[in-house]
Structure formats: structure tokens, C-alpha cells
Design a protein around this ligand. Structure first.
Ligand code: GDP
Length: 926
């Protein structure tokens, strides 16, 4: 800094501006005022003047410093003056003042300036006290006369002042510290007091809260007791902070409640204790709250209230925040808040999932409840009524015993309700064909189907779905395609009155035969009108009059002779009289005035069902009323499902089917029985419910059935010796045949021998069937189905009786024989060889020749054979040729290749199996 103003210099030197200006003037420097700038030269000039005026050389001033300043810092302790001096360690020290127990450290900064003043000795300035200060005070006045000395004096004075300030500062600091300490102590005391006051207040509030809760509880209890007197517990379950123990202990709850509010009152100091209690109570209340989900919102907010009264810091805050709504809660709380005690319908058996559904609780809670009772259950497990009742009561609901048909019954009730809702319209008749064997039932059905059913896309091949309908100019007729009385009665046995008209086929050349009479009885029993079709009219020895005459003996009188039964002369072979037959059917249906609603959800019956490899369960449904749509949810017997796809008898996909129209339905959960009802249900849940209920019932029935034919019983039967039993395992290709077989077989039971069907089903005979046959000593019967390899091994190992059939009557006859065979030897069939078709060659000389590999036993040229496709018999006959390379052979052993030509059958396909069997006679022992 080369240039400074006068003012700046004055403040640096520490003298007033006026004085500096005077000195400047005296030194011959012109300075106009305080803001005038001084150059370096001017400053030197001033200094020289000042030195001169003090008798000093400029050289001296340049070589030596004017003054030397030493700074020192010392720290000492300041004692708090107290009236009572204390002895002890402090007393031992040579302390001039009595020491107090409170000391304050004081920092003193000393500055000593030595000024070069010619002969003058170094003068010290220290903080020795005000005495020295006062003596020095006169000095500035004296020194004001000379400017130079005033500069030094000024600096000394400043040093002194500074020392004094330091001392004052130290004292001030000490005082301040002391004050702070006192303030801290005061603050501490204040805080303690405040804390105590806060705790007291808190305790008081908790006590108040508890008292209020008690009052509310009592009020709620009173109100709950009024509408639900038998369940006073439940009133407390979700409101009272009662630990969840059980829903049945009503009385122990009240003393607990009485004791609770008293506790916080006496425990004002121990505020934490009721707080903890409340928290526990809150927890249990929470638990209960999940249990009784359906309590209304007001009671739900009660939990929050309990939350607020929790007493913990958090809880308090929350309470303060929600103090307004609390008031509202209070009002809501006082409304009757008895939990919804549900009336839970408990059927004979109910799944855990369904039970929890009905109680509106989580399934896990039911499982937990059962676990507490010592039962490990899964969500899908079915509980019996007693167990379910226990759970329901334990969870605080009331049990309503549902009748056995609840799920089903309510569905049927709905069905009846539905009935009158839609207008009925005329519907086509449903016809069943009956008659004696070989009188031409199948031929007639086939002829009508072949000629009248609109052929499907696949080259006119119509499917066999168990029923079909034909459209004529005069109207539509539906035929049930399962000939035979057994199927008819089996369906009837299931309560399905499907048939409107029975066509009784009587061969004109044969006349009335036993099964003709049986058919008449069946139709009568069912109350279904008969139309007689006198068949085989093309035959030269046809004698319709004889037939009519014979029928009159059974009260079937033709219209020609004044009776009421229509008789039509037909020929299934020549196609004669078919139109007349259809006309007769339609006429009869007009008389019957068949009607059904077309609108509304469908109701129907199962005609047939089977398990398709690719498509799963396939069922033929005959719609009886309403319209079945694709996508409908149906329940049928113990099965249910959504209709995934529908096909008509020609295999063409269709979207809907009205009354009397048969359709093939895909999408069921399994294969229902022929004659089972088909009901369209609003939702899948209900469908499942009904289906589960039904299958559970039938399972139980079957279980009881099976118990009847267990080994034990067989043993006792044998011991008793009065009744012998033939146990059968029957498997068939389609449900319709199976039902027919079962019915016929069970009828074979007589006084001597009881026929029992241990197991039956659709599909091939499996290992489990064979094992069942072992344990129940049963005969295995396959109708158009075969046993698989595993099953055959068991059969062989255990020497079981396994028989295959493709004609119902043969099977029944054989069993008849087997029954008598209990007394005499019976004929059995034995498979001696099995060959797999690898390829098929066509030759002009031999027709289709199957290139085969013999996989089991040996193939014999002269034994009867069957062609199997997927374990189902597709052809039975004999071999045309058996060749090995180019040679005709009589036998080909296992593991070798051969060429097989099947007599009269050209449809052998790669993948088929050809089995060779022999009939052998062996004694049957039971
Ligand atoms: P089902 O046992 O009652 O089903 O009788 P089928 O339909 O199997 O017929 C038995 C036999 O009678 C077959 O060989 C048919 O060819 C034959 N048949 C059926 N209807 C007629 C017909 O109208 N005329 C002649 N000539 N034969 C017939």
C-alpha cells in the first residue's frame, strides 16, 4: 500500500484525524482533509519531521525497531465464591482464597511491549490491576503535548487496555460459564419436572381410556346380549381386548373385563403396565378381527382406537392426530356391533375350502383350528359333518344341518323353478329300438342313419355317438343308437326318462320271441307307447300276420284290428317301409303332444360317454329342454365342466342344440354314466360343488359295495357255505355297453350264487384291475377292451381268470355258464400269441398283408384271431395266410417277423395288434 488517506493513517496510528492533520501541516505537507491521500514520500517526510521534533536521527529509526511486543497466554482457575470454605486437598495447598467446589478456568492473554526509548528502561504493561491502570491514566493527558511520545504512549495504553480487556473478558467468560451451568441445571430440573408431569398425565389418560372402554364394553355387551343371547362371547370377541382362547368360554370373560379397568387406576405411576396389557389385548383383538371378517366398519375402527390408547409414544402421537375421528368412533362404537354370527350349512361332507368359504374366513384359519384339535388337514380335504360342526362352533358360528341333497337339492329346486318360466314348444320325439336278438335292430338303425343323417365332412362317415336325429319333411325324429333292453333299463334306472316312443322290431320270419316279450314289458313299465316294426319283409317266408297275431297274446293289438298300436311292415335290408315308419313315429308324437321349452338353460341326459385319447372325456348329451350352448357350464352326475366343443352325429361342430337333439360334448371332467342328468349351471363353482357332492356320495356307496366283496367276507361266505359269490371286474369300451352289462350281470344272482361287480369302468383292463381281481378273487371281463401288458403279467403270475368279449349276450351267457361252472368245468379263452403290425402291403393275390413282429407267444395259422387298435377289439376272425418270407408256415414264434393276412378284413393298419387265442377248458375252483 503506497497511498493512504489521512483518515486511514490516523486510524492506523491511533490518533485523531485533526491531530494528524495539524502534524502534517507542521511538517509542511498540505493535506486538504480527512480524505486527502498521502504518498509514500509524504509519509516519510512526516516521520522525519516527527523524529526531528523529538531529536532523533532518521538513520536510527531505519536501523532499529521502535518497539518489541511479547505475547503470553496463561490459564488459571477462578473459584466460585461460596460462603463455606471447604477443607481437604485444597486446604493443603497454599491457596490465598478459600477454595470452593466450583472452579472456572480463566484464560489470560498477556502482551508485553518493549519500546526503544533511548536511556529509558523497558516498561512493562501487564494486567497487574486497576491500581496501576489508574496511575497510568494521567499519562495520556500529559503526553498529549508532544506528538511523538503520544504515539508510543498510545501503543502502551492500547496494550494496557488490551490486557484489561482480556482480564475483563476472562471474568466475563467465567461468569457466563457459571450462568450457563446454572441454566443447564435449571433446565435439567425443569425437564425432570416436566417428564414427571407428562407421565402423570399419560397415566391419567390411560386410566380414563380404560374406564371409557369398560363403559363401552358394557354398553356393547348389553346390546349384544339382547339380539344374540346364546352367544354372549361373540359380542366380546372382537371388541373386548380379550386374548383369543376359544369362542365357547363365556363366563370367564366377564371377571377379566371387570378387573381390567381397575388396574390402570392404581397404576398411575406404572403407566407402562396397562399399556402393555392394552397392546396384548390389541393383538388378540386383531387376531379375532380376522376371524370375524364380517363385522362392520365401526368395529374395525375400534381396533384403531385401541391402537391409539396404546400409550406408547407412537400410539400417543397417533392418538393425538386422530383425536377428532375418535369422537366419531365413539359414536360408531356404541352402535350394536355384535359380529355376524353366520348360519353355516354343514352337509354330510364338506371340503375345508368350502367350509371356510361359508364361514367367510380364510381356509388357513380352518386348518389352524383343526390343527389345534389335533387334525392335520389340507385345503381340499373333505371333512365329515361332526368335524365340520366342531370347527364351525369353535369359530363362533352356528351350524345349520343341511339335508343330504343340499347342493344337489337346491340345484334341482332351481331346475323346477326354471320349468314354468319359458314357453313350451313342440319338440321332436326320441325313439328307442328294442326287440329280440337278430331281428334287425342294428340293421334298422344303421339303415336310417346311413340314408337319412346328413353325412359329415369326412367322406360321409357318420360317427357312432349313441344317438342321432333325422330330419324328414314332416318333422325331426331322434333315435337312441344303443339297441338293447339293458341300455334302456340302465338309463331308466338312473331316472332318465329319455325315450318317448319304443320301436319294437319283430322279424316277420321269426315272430315273437322271449326278448320281444321282455321289450313289451319294459315299454309298459316305462309307460312309453310302442310302434311295432315288422322287419325282414323282403324275406320270402315273412309272415306279418303271424307276428300280429302273436302280439295280441301280449295285449299289443294292431290298429288294423281295432287296437291302438301302429304296426309298420319294413325291411332294414331293402329299405322298405322306412318312410312309413318315420311317419308313424311322427304321428305318434303328435298324439303325445311332446313339448319342451326351447329357450332357457338346457337340461338333458347322458346317452353315452367314453374317454377319447386325444379329446379327453367325450359324452353324448340328449338335450331334453332348453338349449345347450357351447361355453355353458354343465354338471352331469359326478362330473362337471364347461362345454368346450359340441359335435353333431355327423361329426360337424355346432354351437347349440335344442330339445331332443343329441350332441357330443367335450370338456367334462370325466365320463358320466349313461342316463345321468345334464344340468346347465350358472357358474363353475356351483357345478363343482354339486359334482363333488355327488361323487363323494357315490364313492361312499362304492366303498360300501366293495366292502361287501372283500376277502374277509368271501371267507366268511365260504365258511357259511350257504352262498357262493362270483366276483367280477367288468371293463368296456363305452359307458352304454358297460351299463347294460352290469345290469344284466347283476340280474344273474340267484339263490345259490351271488354275482358281484367289484369294479367296472370304461377303457382297457389295467394292473390295478388285475390286482383288485387278485384280492377279491374276481373274474376279469373285457368287453371290446384288452388288458395291458402289466395287467397281463399279473394275470399270468396269479393265474387269474381273464376273458374278452365283443357280444353282450355272449358275455352274459358265459357268466351264466360260469355260475353253473361252479359245479362243472368252464370254457376259458387263452391268448397264445401277439403280433404287432409294422407295415401293411397290398397284393393283388392276397389282399392286404400285414408285416408283423411277433412280440408274445406264437402265432398259429389255424387259431382264431382278433385285431386290436389301442387295446380295443376292432375285428374278430381268422387268418387267411401266415407267411415267413415266401413260405406258408403254421406257426411263428416270438421275436420273429411274419406276414399275416386276415380273412375278410382289409383294414389292418400299422400299429394294430393281432392276437391269437385258443379256447381251453379248465375246471373252475372257487
Ligand atoms: P339285432 O341283433 O337286432 O341288432 O339284429 P341285426 O341288425 O344285427 O340283424 C341280424 C341279421 O339280420 C343280420 O345278418 C342282418 O343282415 C339281418 N337283417 C336285418 N334286417 C333285415 C331285413 O330287413 N331283411 C333281411 N333279409 N335281413 C335282415
Amino acid at each position: 500500500m503506497s497511498e493512504v488517506t489521512v483518515k486511514q493513517l490516523a486510524s492506523t496510528v491511533g490518533i485523531p484525524v485533526e491531530r494528524l492533520l495539524t502534524q502534517l501541516n507542521e511538517a509542511g505537507i498540505s493535506a486538504s482533509g480527512a480524505d486527502a491521500t498521502l504518498t509514500e514520500q509524504e509519509k516519510v517526510k512526516l516521520l522525519g519531521y516527527l523524529r526531528r521534533s523529538h531529536g532523533k536521527d532518521e538513520e536510527d529509526a531505519a536501523s532499529a525497531p521502535n518497539e518489541v511486543t511479547l505475547k503470553r497466554k496463561s490459564v488459571s482457575e477462578l473459584r466460585q465464591p461460596t460462603p463455606t470454605p471447604r477443607s481437604g486437598t485444597t486446604g493443603a495447598r497454599p491457596a490465598p482464597t478459600p477454595r470452593s467446589n466450583k472452579t472456572v478456568s480463566v484464560e489470560v492473554r498477556r502482551k508485553r511491549t518493549y519500546v526503544k526509548r533511548g536511556d529509558s528502561s523497558p516498561q512493562s504493561t501487564n494486567s497487574s490491576g486497576p491500581r496501576r491502570q489508574s496511575s497510568d491514566r494521567s499519562r495520556p493527558q500529559r503526553e498529549r503535548a508532544t506528538s511523538v511520545s503520544s504515539v508510543f504512549d498510545e501503543s502502551r495504553r492500547r496494550a494496557e487496555l488490551e490486557a484489561m480487556r482480556a482480564e475483563q473478558e476472562a471474568r466475563r467468560l467465567a461468569e457466563q460459564e457459571e450462568q450457563e451451568r446454572l441454566a443447564r441445571e435449571e433446565e435439567l430440573r425443569r425437564r425432570e419436572a416436566e417428564e414427571i408431569r407428562r407421565q402423570e398425565e399419560e397415566a391419567r389418560r390411560v386410566a380414563e381410556e380404560a374406564a371409557r372402554l369398560k363403559a363401552e364394553l358394557e354398553a356393547a355387551e348389553r346390546k349384544a346380549a339382547e339380539p344374540a343371547a346364546p352367544e354372549p362371547v361373540e359380542a366380546t370377541t372382537d371388541e373386548a381386548p380379550k386374548p383369543k382362547k376359544s369362542g365357547s368360554a363365556g363366563s370367564p370373560a366377564s371377571p377379566r373385563r371387570a378387573a381390567e379397568p381397575a388396574r390402570p387406576k392404581k397404576a398411575v405411576k406404572k403407566a407402562a403396565e396397562p399399556v402393555e396389557k392394552e397392546r396384548v389385548a390389541k393383538k388378540s383383538a386383531r387376531k379375532d378381527s380376522t376371524r370375524v371378517r364380517d363385522t362392520n366398519i365401526s368395529s374395525r375402527s375400534d381396533y384403531e382406537e385401541v391402537d391409539g390408547a396404546g400409550g406408547s409414544g407412537r400410539g400417543l402421537r397417533r392418538k393425538k392426530k386422530g383425536s377428532k375421528p375418535q369422537l366419531q368412533d365413539k359414536h360408531a362404537f356404541q352402535r350394536p356391533t355384535a359380529p355376524v354370527v353366520r348360519e353355516v350349512e354343514v352337509p354330510e361332507s364338506i371340503s375345508v375350502a368350502e367350509l371356510s368359504n361359508r364361514m367367510s374366513v380364510k381356509a388357513s384359519q380352518v386348518i389352524r383350528e383343526l390343527f389345534k384339535q389335533g387334525m392335520m388337514v389340507t385345503i381340499n380335504q373333505v371333512l365329515d359333518r361332526d368335524t365340520a360342526t366342531l370347527v364351525v362352533e369353535e369359530m363362533g358360528h352356528t351350524v345349520v344341518v343341511a339335508d343330504d341333497r343340499d347342493a344337489e337339492g337346491s340345484l334341482l329346486d332351481d331346475l323346477h323353478e326354471r320349468e314354468g318360466q319359458f314357453e313350451s314348444e313342440t319338440r321332436p320325439p326320441v325313439v328307442t329300438i328294442m326287440g329280440h336278438v337278430d331281428h334287425g335292430k342294428t340293421s334298422l338303425l344303421d339303415y336310417i342313419r346311413r340314408t337319412r343323417v346328413a353325412s359329415g365332412e369326412a367322406g360321409g362317415i357318420t360317427q357312432h355317438i349313441g344317438a342321432y336325429h333325422v330330419e324328414t319333411e314332416k318333422g325331426t325324429v331322434s333315435f337312441l343308437d344303443t339297441p338293447g333292453h339293458a341300455a334302456f333299463s340302465a338309463m331308466r334306472a338312473r331316472g332318465a326318462q329319455v325315450t318317448d316312443i319304443v320301436i319294437l322290431v319283430v322279424a316277420a320270419d321269426d315272430g315273437v320271441m322271449p326278448q320281444t316279450i321282455e321289450a313289451i314289458h319294459h315299454a309298459r313299465a316305462a309307460g312309453v307307447p310302442l310302434i311295432v316294426a315288422i322287419n325282414k319283409m323282403d324275406k320270402p317266408d315273412a309272415n306279418p300276420d303271424k307276428v300280429m297275431q302273436e302280439l295280441t297274446q301280449h295285449d299289443v293289438l294292431t290298429e288294423e284290428w281295432g287296437g291302438d298300436t301302429m304296426m309298420v311292415k319294413v325291411s332294414a335290408k331293402a329299405g322298405m317301409g322306412i318312410d312309413e315308419l318315420l311317419d308313424a313315429i311322427l304321428l305318434q308324437s303328435e298324439v303325445l303332444e311332446l313339448k319342451a321349452p326351447v329357450d332357457g338353460p338346457a337340461f338333458g341326459a347322458i346317452v353315452e360317454s367314453s374317454l377319447d385319447k386325444g379329446r379327453g372325456p367325450v359324452a353324448t348329451v340328449l338335450v331334453q329342454s332348453g338349449t345347450l350352448h357351447r361355453g355353458d357350464v354343465i354338471v352331469s352326475g359326478g362330473e362337471y365342466g364347461r362345454v368346450r366343443a359340441m359335435f353333431d352325429e355327423a361329426g360337424a361342430p355346432i354351437e347349440s342344440a335344442g330339445p331332443s337333439i343329441p350332441v357330443q360334448v367335450l370338456g367334462l371332467s370325466g365320463t358320466p354314466n349313461a342316463g345321468d342328468d345334464v344340468i346347465v349351471v350358472a357358474d363353475e363353482r356351483r357345478a363343482r360343488e354339486v359334482a363333488e357332492f355327488r361323487s363323494e356320495r357315490s364313492r361312499q356307496n362304492r366303498f360300501e359295495e366293495q366292502r361287501g366283496v372283500s376277502l374277509d367276507q368271501l371267507f366268511s361266505q365260504l365258511k357259511e357255505g350257504d352262498q357262493k359269490a362270483v366276483n367280477l371286474i367288468v371293463k368296456a369300451d363305452v359307458q352304454g355297453s358297460l351299463e347294460a352289462l352290469k345290469d344284466s350281470l347283476l340280474k344273474l344272482t340267484n339263490d345259490e350264487v351271488k354275482v358281484a361287480i367289484v369294479s367296472s369302468g370304461v377303457g382297457g383292463l389295467t394292473e390295478s384291475d388285475a390286482n383288485l381281481a387278485v384280492t377279491s378273487n374276481a373274474i376279469m371281463l373285457g368287453f371290446n377292451v384288452r388288458a395291458d401288458a402289466a395287467a397281463r403279467r399279473v394275470v399270468e403270475d396269479k393265474g387269474l381268470d381273464l376273458r374278452y368279449y365283443s357280444i353282450i349276450y355272449e358275455l352274459i351267457d358265459d357268466v351264466k355258464k360260469a355260475i353253473s361252472g361252479l359245479l362243472s368245468p368252464i370254457v376259458t379263452e387263452e391268448i397264445i400269441g401277439l403280433a404287432e403290425v409294422r407295415d401293411v402291403f397290398r397284393s393283388s393275390k392276397f389282399g392286404a398283408v400285414a408285416g408283423c413282429m411277433v412280440v408274445e407267444g406264437s402265432i398259429r395259422r389255424n387259431s382264431p384271431i382278433r385285431v386290436l387298435r389301442n387295446n380295443v377289439v376292432v375285428y374278430e376272425g381268422a387268418l387267411e395266410s401266415l407267411r415267413r418270407f415266401k413260405d406258408d408256415v403254421s406257426e411263428v414264434k416270438s421275436g420273429t417277423e411274419c406276414g399275416i393276412g386276415v380273412k375278410n378284413y382289409n383294414d389292418v393298419q400299422p400299429g394294430d395288434q393281432i392276437e391269437v387265442f385258443e379256447r381251453t377248458e379248465r375246471a373252475r375252483v372257487l
